[in-house]
Each structure stands twice: as structure tokens, then as C-alpha cells.
Design a protein around this ligand. Structure first.
Ligand code: GLN
Length: 287
């Protein structure tokens, strides 16, 4: 017996599918077009460039069905990075999971600021604390092959993701240690540069109950009543582990710049400065 659905199947093109998905995703996403393209590219196992090159290409029923399934997940709020299992960061494609924060472009600003301070070819000792998927550690390790990078996280599942990413990317100059900030490190270990994108959102921030962040680990986002709990710990612990003249770089909330600069000054840091992200908000404190 043959079930024939062909005559009733309306074959849509790449651009028709994208336009429809774009329109529907605007209800849940502020990057609806990009999301649509990333999901369709995944279904077709093609690049986004391919989609732009072949907008009139008709899709098969199976392709349309597979796309509808992914689109449905996105419409229910799941982040694209979770649906795809990966997220681009810096020049790297990183695998991610629900155990890790989804790397954000703002954190690339921190990577830029770190690279401005690391002399070319230097065999610096660098630490990325609370590495999550490994974003900062792996970006710095790939840009600075002579550097030795230590990546820590207190969550074993996150650390496994970071380690897996290093292996996939063939980055051999990164070590991974299960640790709560600097607590597990030898008292005499010293770094030339310590970087971190710690949790910094206020526990009661209503944004934590909205949008993509609902799918991310709470402990990677929220840090006490004022959002500064993790940053306070880092600023307190870091000085004992930075060589004289070394650097600490911390990502922070758009309204925490002044507070973080104060903390750095109080802990004895000099050359304290704050830098804005691509959206024009204060985002990275350096000392
Ligand atoms: N910038 C992120 C957000 O607001 C928070 C990241 C973090 O806490 N490190 O979603």
C-alpha cells in the first residue's frame, strides 16, 4: 500500500521557509532572522552563505519537517545554541550544553583586552576562572600558543565540556582543574594574567525568569543580592596569585563598573580601568 502525500505537499523554497520562520520567531527572539538561518543551515548541513546563494531552492518534505521540529523547539523558548549544541565564540566553534553558560559576544571584548596585554610569543601563565564551555581559556590559548592556560570550574559537567572543546580544537596548551575560583590552587601558584566572566546578575533580577537565560545554569548567572558576590571573592583571592605587574580582567554587569573599580582599588590593584562592550555598556574591569 502506498501512502501518497506528494500532490498535497506544498514545496517551499529556502527563502520562503526563512521568511515564515523569521516572522514567527519574532515573538520569542530578538535575533529571529539569524536564528532561522542557523536552524535551516543545520537541517540542510550547509552554511548560512549557502542559504543566501540558493534562496529559490525548493525544500523536500523531509527537510521541511526537520526544520519545523527545530523551529518548534525555538518557539518554545529553547536557545538556538542548545538546539544546535554549539555556539561560535571568537574564531572558535564551541560545543555547549545545559551545564554551561552560552558564550556571548560581550565576552569577546574581554578576550580582546587580554590580548592587548599579553606580549606576542610570551610564555605567559594565564588563568580563566569559571571557564564554563572554555570560551575565554580556549580563545586565549588559540591566540597565544606559547602561553600556558589554566581553566577552572567548580562544576564537573561544565569542565568536561571545556576539556572536550580543547581536544576537538587541538589546543594542547590548556589544563583543566575542578576548583571553586582559586581555592584549589597551590598557594604559591602565580599567573601573569587572570581572566573571568563570573556570575554577576542580582539574584532577584526579573530577567533571570525571561528568555534564553532560563535554560542556562542559574549559578553561572546569579551572584547574591547585589550580583557582586563572585566578583568580591575573585578580587579578594586573586592578588595572592598574580605576579607583580600581572593583570586581572573581570566581566561585570552594565551598572557595576564603579563598584568593581572600587573593589579592585581596595584590594591594591593599580592601573584600574573599565571598558565598554559592543553595546556601549561598561563591561570589563581591568587592574
Ligand atoms: N551578560 C549575561 C546576561 O545578562 C550574564 C553573564 C554572566 O553572568 N556572566 O545574560
Amino acid at each position: 500500500e502506498r501512502v501518497s502525500f506528494e500532490p498535497f505537499f506544498m514545496s517551499l523554497t529556502v527563502s520562503q521557509l526563512l521568511d515564515d520562520a523569521h516572522r514567527r520567531l519574532q515573538a520569542v527572539s530578538d535575533s529571529a532572522r539569524l536564528d532561522s538561518e542557523l536552524l535551516l543551515a543545520r537541517v540542510l548541513q550547509r552554511s548560512r552563505t549557502w542559504l543566501h546563494t540558493w534562496p529559490e531552492k525548493p525544500m523536500t518534505p523531509a527537510q521541511q519537517q526537520a526544520f519545523a521540529t527545530l523551529l518548534q523547539r525555538r518557539l518554545q523558548g529553547e536557545p538556538v545554541a542548545h538546539i544546535l549544541g554549539e555556539q561560535d565564540f571568537w574564531s572558535l566553534s564551541l560545543q555547549i550544553s545545559a551545564a554551561t553558560l552560552i558564550p556571548r559576544p560581550d565576552t569577546e571584548r574581554l578576550v580582546e583586552l587580554a590580548l592587548e596585554r599579553i606580549p606576542p610569543q610570551a610564555n605567559w601563565s594565564i588563568a580563566d576562572l569559571g571557564t564554563g564551555s572554555g570560551a575565554i581559556a580556549l580563545a586565549l590559548a588559540s591566540e597565544c600558543p606559547a602561553a600556558q592556560v589554566l581553566a577552572t570550574d567548580r562544576d564537573a559537567a561544565a569542565l568536561a565540556v571545556a576539556q572536550h572543546n580543547a581536544e576537538r580544537l587541538g589546543l594542547t596548551n590548556v589544563r583543566f582543574v575542578l576548583a571553586d575560583w582559586l581555592a584549589a590552587l597551590a598557594p604559591d601558584s602565580r599567573f601573569d594574567l587572570i581572566a573571568s566572566n563570573p556570575p554577576y546578575v542580582c539574584e532577584a533580577d526579573p530577567h533571570l525568569a525571561q528568555g534564553d537565560v532560563r535554560f542556562e545554569p542559574h549559578h553561572a548567572l546569579a551572584a547574591g543580592a547585589d550580583g557582586l558576590a563572585a566578583i568580591r571573592t575573585l578580587v579578594t583571592q586573586a592578588p595572592g596569585h598574580i605576579r607583580p605587574g600581572g593583570w586581572l580582567l573581570l566581566e561585570h554587569g552594565y551598572d557595576q563598573g564603579e563598584a568593581v573599580r572600587h573593589l579592585l582599588h581596595d584590594a591594591g590593584f593599580t592601573e584600574v580601568a573599565d571598558f565598554i562592550d559592543y553595546g556601549g555598556n561598561p563591561r570589563v574591569a581591568v587592574g
